[in-house]
Write a protein that binds this ligand. Structure first.
Ligand code: F3S
Length: 424
């Protein structure tokens, strides 16, 4: 791998042992990927805190040991200096306020808060959300990033036109200390061109429609780059957030184009950049139904737990839910958890949305989600959600059946305790 003079100085330890470990990790990682060089990045989104039970013993050795082992893959403990790149923390396993409701042991909640204080002091912004782009981390077109979290990666590449691969704890940990990441994959313009042409023959408008389309598409194209044309109505941040999260769940999609909407393709031709589509796909009523059936594995209509906010809700979504439950009461046998980034929760609190939801018997959560925390309300047997991603993962993670539908279907289930949704 070709290194610049600065990268060579990082490697020979001139800038301290942590940065030497970091650049060594990136060189080995890059060589395994076939990258010829590293690229500068000043935007890292990773996982740096210590909220899992497995980290308990490591925390006793100090937070340098936590970062060395989990973020630099080093058994040798090195002192960790301040971050070089702008860096933020993605979602965590624990809501700092609602950990008791989640069923998290107190020592882990204390451990997470101490870790946040320590790593915050090194320059890691504790956004604690899978949607950093909703709370101020909005890279510009062409910007090289190092992000984890599949739903954020696909949003970063496709909607923002910034450039990242799906990184891990170690590569983001090394990138944050060096401002470097391997120049590979979606950092390279040619790899961002379309591969599959997708004709959408049914109208796609609401969040559920976009989730179904993404879920169907991801399973088919897997890690390729679809280009969508047809009957999609003008999407919003929220709809593309759900579409991307779904496509990155059933498959590994990290990049797509909607000509005229996403920033790297004004036309279909531009989306393919001279490539010929390897396949042309059609999405019609039959494909929509396949996606719906695949996402709905529950049969029992009594619902114990309704989860809204995967990826984390935008403030408009919190408002919509608050409006739907205002002046009503959640069924006594059902729990409603509404997830949003902590920064937006503050706004929701200020606006009175949190009170509207809590007065109805719901909980507004931040910092986490059931798939990451692996916690649902005690006694949950059946879940309902408006998120294709959550519906994909929860049966495997929690071993529980899920209903998937619209926000209205889910709020109705929370109010009545029963699932009455269905494909319209
Ligand atoms: Fe975010 Fe958890 Fe969904 S990390 S995208 S809310 S599974």
């Amino acid at each position: 791998m070709k290194l610049t003079d600065h990268e060579k100085a990082l490697a020979d330890g001139t800038h301290g042992p942590a940065k030497a470990k970091a650049i060594d990790l990136l060189m080995r990682y890059g060589e395994a990927l076939g990258a010829e060089r590293l690229v500068e990045t000043n935007n890292v989104a990773g996982a740096f805190n210590a909220s899992t039970p497995s980290v308990r013993e490591l925390v006793k050795k100090g937070f340098d040991a936590v970062y060395s082992e989990l973020n630099l893959d080093s058994a040798e403990v090195v002192p960790i200096p301040k971050m070089v790149a702008n860096t933020c923390q993605l979602i965590t396993g624990i809501d700092n306020d609602n950990w008791r409701i989640q069923g998290i042991p107190e020592d882990l909640a204390v451990q997470q808060k101490a870790a946040e204080k320590h790593f915050g002091g090194l320059g890691i912004n504790m956004f604690a959300t899978c949607t950093p782009y909703q709370v101020g981390n909005v890279p510009v077109k062409g910007e090289h990033c190092a992000w984890m979290e599949s739903s954020a990666v696909i949003y970063c590449n496709s909607v923002l036109g910034a450039r990242t691969n799906t990184e891990g704890k170690e590569s983001t940990g090394a990138a944050a200390l060096t401002g470097r990441i391997p120049y590979w994959g979606y950092h390279i313009p040619e790899n961002r061109r379309g591969t599959h042409l997708v004709h959408v023959d049914v109208e796609v408008d609401d969040i559920m429609d976009w989730g179904l389309l993404g879920y169907w598409l991801g399973e088919i194209v897997q890690e390729d780059v679809p280009v969508l044309t047809g009957k999609m109505k003008q999407p919003s941040l929220i709809k593309l957030k759900h579409f991307g999260a779904a496509a990155a769940s059933s498959g590994g999609v990290e990049m797509y184009h909607v000509p005229g909407v996403t920033p790297e393709a004004r036309t279909v031709e531009e989306a393919f950049g001279g490539n010929k589509p390897v396949e042309t796909l059609r999405y019609g009523p039959a494909e929509r139904k396949i996606a719906y059936d695949n996402l709905n594995c529950a049969t029992e209509r009594k619902v114990d737990f309704v989860m809204l906010g995967c990826p984390h809700n935008a403030i408009e979504q919190v408002w919509l839910i608050a409006s739907m439950v205002e002046g009503k009461k959640i069924s006594p046998d059902t729990q409603l958890w509404v997830h949003t980034p902590r920064a937006l929760r503050e706004v929701a609190e200020r606006n009175g949305y949190v009170k509207m939801i809590t007065d109805a018997g719901g909980v507004v959560m931040s910092d986490t989600c059931p798939a990451i925390s692996r916690h649902a309300p005690k006694g949950t047997r059946v879940i309902a959600t408006d998120s294709a991603k959550q519906a994909h993962y929860l049966p495997a993670i929690l071993g529980l059946p899920v209903w998937f539908g619209t926000v209205q279907n889910c709020v109705d289930a929370a109010l009545t305790g029963r699932w009455n949704g269905g494909l319209q």
